[in-house]
Design a protein. Sequence first.
Length: 246
Amino acid sequence: MVQKLNSLYTILFFSMCMTCFSQENNSLTPKIDNYKTDSSYLHFSKLSGPVAKAQINALKKGALLVRLKTNVNTIQRLKQAGNMDLATQVERETFLNNKAIVRAYLKEFNFCPVYFFYSTYSDSVKQQKLTGIFLDSNLVQSPSIVCSASFYLIAEQGSVYNSSLGFVPLSKAMTAKENGTASKEVAIVVKNRFFIQLHDPFPFFQNGYAIKKFSTYVKKFNASLINFYTKNQNFQPSPEVQSFVY
């Protein structure tokens, strides 16, 4: 009986986590432009290299913001269903995972300043409202942590998409969403401040997913950024390229 109950809890946990992951990462199905066919995204192949070079140089002078999951929807549904023990377990595991992620970045990431925020503040990040949203190493919001960078990218644990989005003009960025299928789950995927996934040749993802190896993943990601920056630090973007770097 206990084994069957544990199995049921496991199924419930994973199904709710998938629902929560979708909701917390703003992945509702939108109307999408496809850069392969839409005139808004012409010259993608010509721009991909220069935009990536401009982005890495901007990031070096800017900041990386790490988005952490809360799994609040899953926890609330478990509580509403009367599964208090499982809700407490999910809450604790979420906290420990986030602590491990923060610890890994603080230990292994030095390419640029790094800050941490919960996914519930995603809209604030889009709108560059960064006051009072950042977390300290104990995952406590601290008004004293201030990010003054005008340019920042977002890193999070999640899915890499075979995206239909190319280089989106700033005027369309607020409403643009990723389309296509998730190709794999990774330790780190990098997006712009509107949570649009970056493109090659920018090192926009780091393979891996095991939380106990997260320091290794962050170390490799940091090295990839340094390597790409070293090769392109003298790049001077044209006004057209710079218009896609925000």
